[in-house]
Design a protein around this ligand. Structure first.
Ligand code: SF4
Length: 464
């Protein structure tokens, strides 16, 4: 436990008197069924639930994400009524989908032990199998994954009401506030990663998190889905060519490109991938991600962040997986330099020269993973995972310079510090940026009153 994180936590809880009393959330309309399944499989809804009957149920094994017909997750286990029930789990957006999709008459659903849904009906509807066995039901709510369904708003880009008390606050108090908020943030991230470790094992969790980080801002979820559907253990058994075929095939990018639109070099590359993909395609046909909206967000991304390039980066990571993962597998093996150097040195025969499958080759070699992405991986994966296992790493984390070029950080700084003369002092280190982001998310993004009802400025007096 990081001690300063407790101070920020109680600061936050007393500001809202009870976090549970915040206005109830509605589902983010952009979350698709695929997103919901991916969030479930990553354990983001949690593992303990109350059923529609008001009883407790806990998930012991999240099973396998099924890519054939039948229930969504197979080989699962739940603890219910003092017993371990083994079977399948089905997740539907609406409780009525069970009957609408004919699952109740389909014997392939006979082993379903848990029916999850995100919308219930006004009348109580039971879930029954073809044999008329009643299936346990759980309603999933947005509160269960509050951080993931935070409304996609951005606060106004102008100094907020708190910029005045912050200007009057001593530098050491501001520094302590940012450090506390940064510890709180790191700890929350660490707990999430450790939850994935518990569900899927450490190596798969690392792979999933690194893939997620490659999604940059707009494509994190599709990258997580890709890593969930193409699990590490299976990928490491494939040849490099087969892995590449699976990554570009399942991501949908391979089939979206017209041969005749590409450069000669790209045609050679595509031919090599297709040579492998056509043999595997039938087995993965149901899993192809559509290459354009809504799964992949391509519009507005910089060429270097194009998801095709990032899929190439994931392939390069898998090629050197032992070296990439070794520093994260055991806290005692942690070596920041080795981790950073390995990622920065990754190369790929094709992607070191290309931004997308349609681009002309670049004259200069392009980094497969750049410095700011590595910094994100340190901030969001390595240190959250490891600092929970050895709190002494906090001091090492504090030394990391702030190199993130992040619009959200700039907005948070403007909101909180306004024209504060020493604002730059509080953004030199990565942990300070992370602290700022935490405050911005906890207060600015929760505020609907243009600052007037935000409790942060008043609470600051107590902090000082
Ligand atoms: S919403 Fe609150 S924390 Fe954000 S700028 Fe306004 S007063 Fe400050």
């Amino acid at each position: 436990m990081l001690p300063l994180s407790l101070r920020y936590r109680s600061f936050l809880e007393s500001a809202f008197s009870d976090l549970q009393e915040r206005p109830s959330l509605t589902w983010d309309a952009s979350l698709s069924e695929l997103d919901l399944q991916s969030l479930w499989f990553a354990g983001e809804f949690g593992a303990e639930f109350t059923t529609a009957e008001g009883k407790q149920i806990s998930i012991r094994d999240y099973g396998i994400w099924n890519h054939a017909s039948g229930p969504d997750f197979t080989g699962c286990a739940v603890q219910y009524d003092g017993k371990t029930l083994r079977g399948d789990i089905e997740l539907d957006p609406d409780v009525r989908d069970w009957e609408r999709h004919g699952h109740g008459a389909n014997t392939a659903y006979e082993n379903v032990v848990l029916h999850l849904y995100t919308t219930s009906s006004s009348a109580r509807l039971y879930t029954r199998t073809a044999q008329h066995r009643e299936v346990i039901q759980v309603l999933l709510t947005p509160e269960m994954l509050r951080a993931n369904v935070r409304p996609k708003r951005t606060a106004e880009a102008r100094p907020g009401r708190c910029s005045t008390p912050l200007r009057e606050m001593g530098e050491s108090a501001i520094a302590a506030l940012l450090e506390s908020a940064a510890q709180y943030r790191l700890q929350r991230k660490g707990k999430k990663i450790h939850a994935i470790v518990r569900i899927h094992g450490r190596e798969q969790a690392i792979y999933q998190c690194l893939a997620n980080a490659l999604g940059y801002r707009n494509n994190q979820r599709p990258f997580t889905i890709l890593a969930q559907r193409l699990p590490l253990r299976m990928m490491l058994k494939q040849s490099e060519a087969q892995r590449e075929a699976l990554l570009f095939g399942v991501s949908g990018f391979l089939e979206a490109v017209r041969y005749e639109d590409t450069e000669p070099e790209t045609r050679l590359y595509l031919r090599a991938i297709w040579k492998q993909w056509w043999k595997q395609r039938a087995a993965y046909a149901d899993w192809l991600l559509p290459p354009n909206q809504p799964v992949w967000q391509i519009a507005g991304s910089r060429p270097g962040n194009h998801p095709q390039r990032r899929v190439g980066a994931l392939s390069a990571m898998l090629r050197y997986w032992k070296r990439v993962s070794a520093p994260l597998l055991d806290v005692n093996s942690w070596n920041r330099k080795a981790f950073t150097d390995t990622l920065l040195a990754l190369e790929h025969d094709y992607w070191s020269q290309h931004y997308t499958l349609l681009a002309t080759p670049s004259k200069n070699s392009i980094a497969i993973i750049g410095k700011s992405r590595v910094q994100e991986m340190l901030a969001n994966i390595a240190y959250p995972l490891l600092t929970l296992e050895d709190a002494r790493l906090w001091e090492d984390y504090k030394k990391l310079p702030a190199v993130l070029d992040n619009q959200k950080v700039r907005r948070a700084t403007l909101r909180l510090f306004g024209e504060h003369l020493n604002a730059a002092k509080f953004q030199k280190r990565l942990f300070q940026q992370q602290g700022l982001l935490q405050i911005y998310e906890d207060y600015c993004l929760e505020d609907d009153s243009a600052c007037s009802e935000c409790p942060f400025p008043e609470r600051l007096k107590e902090w000082s």
